[in-house]
Design a protein around this ligand. Structure first.
Ligand SMILES: *Cc1c(COP(=O)(O)O)cnc(C)c1O
Length: 386
C-alpha cells in the first residue's frame, strides 16, 4: 500500500542535517544557558550562534531575535505584547488584522477584544484572499495600536504585499506584525526589505523541529511580555531556553535560505501540473487563492457539492495525506473563515482540498494522485447525495 505525504503546509519532516546539529545538545552539551560555569557558557554560546544565524537570514541584528516555543507563541507575543504596550504608551486600543489569519493571530485578537477591552477591525480580502494595502490605509486611525497581516496564507497559499502594507503602517506611525510561519520555507524573509516591526517564524514548517519558533522584534519596539519569570530572551520570553531545538531551528532556517531557489524549482512544476490537471479533469472545480501570487508548493481547491472531510478520508484510505480548509472535523461542518471570506457559497466552500508538496515529493506521486482523485471526488459526490 502506497503512503504519499502531501501535507507539507501542516508540517515538514525534520531534515537529517538539522537532527545531527541538534544531537549533542540532548546529551553531552546539556547545560543551562543562564548558568555561570562552563556548561552554561557552552549552552549560551550555542544559543548566541543560533541567534546570529537567524539574524543573518533575516538581515537584522541578533539582539532583535527572540526564541519562543512555536509560531503560535511568536504571534501571541507580538500581538498581545504590542497591543498592551501601545495602549500604555499612547492609549491606542484598535487592532487591525485580516479575515484570513491563522488562529494563532485571530484567536489572540478575539481574546484581546473579549477580556482586555481592545477593539478589533477585520480587514476584508479580495477574491484571491489577498489584503489590499489600500484597505489597510483606510482602516488605520489615531487609535490603532497594531496591524497584523500574514505574509503567506497556510490554507490557500496566497502571498500578501507585505512591504507595501508595512510602508503604510510606518508612515502612519503604527506597529506592523506579519505571521511569516508559512511563508518562510519559500519566500525571502529579509526584514529590512519587508520593512516590518515584528515577524513570526515556526521551525516545523521549514524542516526544523516542532515546538520552537522565533519572533523578530525591531530594535526600539516596546512589548509587554506574555510570559513572566527569569530574564531570558532580553526579558521578553521568560523560561530556560530549549537549546537543542533552538540550534535546530537556526540550522533549518539557514538551510532554507541557502536552498530556497532549488527547493522552489523542485516543487513548482509539480504544483503546476497538479493545478492544471485538476482544474481540467474534475468538473465543478476551482482554484482557491491567487494563481500567480502563491506559494510554490501549494495547490488548493474547492469542489462543488463535495464533503471535504469525506474526500480527505477517502484519499487517506487510498494512501494520500492531504488537508482541507474546513474548521470542523465531525458533526456539522462549516467552511473555514478563510474560504468563507473569499465569497464562496456553502455548496462550494465545504468541498475544499489542500495539496502541499515538499522535499520528498516526486512526479510519480503527483501522477498517482491525479489518477485517483477524479474518481474519489465523484464517489464523494455520489455518497453525499444519499
Ligand atoms: C503553522 C502556522 C502557525 C502556527 O505555528 P506553530 O509552530 O505550529 O505553533 C501560525 N501561523 C501560520 C500561518 C502557520 O502556518
Amino acid at each position: 500500500m502506497n503512503k504519499v505525504y502531501m501535507d507539507y503546509a501542516a508540517t515538514t519532516p525534520l531534515d537529517q542535517r538539522v537532527f545531527e546539529a541538534m544531537r549533542p545538545y540532548f546529551s553531552e552539551n546539556f547545560g543551562n544557558p543562564s548558568s555561570i560555569h562552563r556548561y552554561g557558557q557552552q549552552a549560551e554560546a550555542a544559543i548566541e550562534t543560533a541567534r546570529e544565524k537567524v539574524a543573518a537570514v533575516l538581515n537584522c541584528s541578533p539582539g532583535e531575535i527572540i526564541f519562543t516555543s512555536c509560531g503560535t507563541e511568536s504571534d501571541n507575543l507580538a500581538i498581545r505584547g504590542a497591543a498592551l504596550a501601545m495602549r500604555e504608551k499612547k492609549g491606542a486600543n484598535l487592532l487591525l488584522t485580516s479575515r484570513a489569519e491563522h488562529h494563532a493571530v485571530s484567536k489572540t485578537a478575539e481574546q484581546l477584544e473579549k477580556y482586555y477591552q481592545f477593539q478589533v477591525e477585520w480587514l476584508e480580502l479580495d477574491k484571491f484572499g489577498v489584503v489590499n494595502p489600500a484597505v489597510v490605509e483606510k482602516a488605520i486611525n489615531s487609535s490603532t495600536a497594531v496591524v497584523s497581516v500574514m505574509y503567506a496564507n497556510n490554507e490557500i497559499g496566497s502571498i500578501n504585499p507585505i512591504a507595501e502594507i508595512a510602508e503604510i503602517c510606518r508612515q502612519r506611525g503604527v506597529l506592523f506584525h506579519t505571521d511569516a510561519v508559512q511563508a518562510a520555507a519559500y519566500l525571502p524573509v529579509d526584514v529590512s526589505k519587508l520593512n516590518v516591526d515584528m515577524l513570526s517564524l515556526g521551525g516545523h514548517k521549514f524542516y526544523g523541529p516542532k515546538g520552537v519558533g522565533a519572533l523578530y522584534v525591531r530594535k526600539g519596539t516596546a512589548l509587554i511580555p506574555s510570559q513572566t519569570g527569569g530574564g531570558q530572551e532580553f526579558g521578553l520570553r521568560a523560561g530556560t531556553q530549549n537549546v537543542p531545538y533552538i540550534v535546530g531551528f537556526a540550522e533549518a532556517l539557514r538551510l532554507s535560505a541557502e536552498e530556497r531557489e532549488a527547493r522552489s524549482a523542485h516543487v513548482r512544476p509539480l504544483r503546476d501540473r497538479l493545478i492544471g490537471s485538476i482544474l481540467e479533469e474534475i468538473p465543478d472545480s476551482r482554484l482557491t487563492g491567487h494563481s500567480e501570487l502563491r506559494l510554490p508548493q501549494h495547490a488548493s481547491f474547492v469542489f462543488k457539492d463535495v464533503d471535504g472531510n469525506l474526500l480527505l478520508t477517502l484519499l487517506d484510505a487510498a494512501g494520500f495525506a492531504c488537508s482541507s480548509g474546513s474548521a470542523c472535523k465531525t458533526g456539522n461542518p462549516e467552511p473555514s473563515e478563510v474560504i468563507t471570506s473569499l465569497g464562496l457559497s456553502r455548496d462550494w466552500g465545504l468541498g475544499s482540498l489542500r495539496i502541499t508538496l515538499g522535499a520528498a515529493s516526486i512526479p510519480g506521486e503527483v501522477a498517482a494522485l491525479l489518477k485517483a482523485l477524479p474518481e474519489l471526488v465523484q464517489q464523494t459526490r455520489a455518497l453525499g447525495r444519499n
